[in-house]
Design a protein around this ligand. Structure first.
Ligand code: SF4
Ligand code: F3S
Ligand code: FES
Length: 242
């Protein structure tokens, strides 16, 4: 990396696929001038705006909140808007997440992912009459599922899981994280139904405790631990926790 005035050149190798023109995906290399504080998303924007307007990827918030720019960077799933160029080296590979059908370049089809997410009923289930003010919960009860509320549904965990690569039907870690968020909520009454859904052949037991999901999560969620808690809840028929 030869730096001039804080700027230096990097080689970005991107896996391209434009279905109307390409029978197969192929790699294309771009040479880009960047600064260390640029994010990978800035670099992709620079390539798109200055070198090749056909390059296609999703992005929205640019601040690690919307979850739309998960992609495989140097072999690991990451959010492009959270990666500093100075941490990526001078030769960078960028490709779509594995385990998702590719629509175009870095854009993957999220429909199957969201279908599995919906399968676990990721919303509060409680048909009891609503109290006059609110459904109260102690700080300890709220703490029980605090971590899994942080999921932004980016898919980085699911796209890094070998069990998902091997079996597209498997519900995958992101769905289990979002089931966890409600299973352990003291106000919810749908836990037993979710545990039943997750105990079938496409449920939690296909998790082989590989930990790629935890390593990939940009929100720092201990995904594997959450999955283990759901497994224990199924085994002991209890959502008390331990
Ligand atoms: Fe993304 Fe983490 Fe949620 Fe998985 S658990 S979808 S990696 S935020
Ligand atoms: Fe996959 Fe994570 Fe389990 S990588 S096998 S979901 S621990
Ligand atoms: Fe929203 Fe990266 S663009 S999380």
């Amino acid at each position: 990396m030869a730096a001039t005035n804080g700027k230096y050149k990097v080689h970005v190798k991107i896996k391209r696929y434009q279905p109307a023109e390409n029978a197969e995906p192929y790699w294309q290399e771009f040479h880009v001038e960047v600064e260390g504080n640029d994010r990978l998303l800035d670099t992709l924007n620079k390539i798109k705006w200055e070198q090749d307007g056909t390059l296609t990827y999703r992005r929205s918030c640019a601040h690690g909140v919307c979850g739309s720019d998960a992609m495989r960077v140097n072999g690991r799933n990451r959010l492009a808007c959270k990666l500093l160029m100075q941490d990526l080296g001078a030769r960078i590979s960028v490709e779509p997440m594995l385990g998702f059908p590719v629509i175009r370049d870095l854009v993957v089809d999220m429909d199957p992912f969201f279908a599995k997410y919906e399968k676990v009923k990721p919303y509060l289930v409680n048909n009891e009459p609503a109290p006059r003010t609110e459904r109260l919960q102690s700080p300890e009860e709220r703490e029980r599922f605090d971590e899994t509320t942080k999921c932004i549904l980016c898919g980085a965990c699911t796209g890094s899981c070998p069990s998902v690569w091997a079996n597209a039907e498997w519900v995958g870690p992101a769905s289990i994280v979002n089931a966890h968020r409600f299973i352990f909520d003291s106000r919810d009454r749908g836990g037993a139904e979710r545990l039943n859904i997750l105990s079938d052949r496409t449920g939690v037991w296909r998790c082989r405790t590989i930990f790629n999901c935890t390593e990939a999560c940009p929100r720092g969620i201990h995904v594997t631990d959450a999955i283990e808690e759901v497994k224990r809840a199924i085994l002991y028929n209890s959502t008390d926790g331990d």
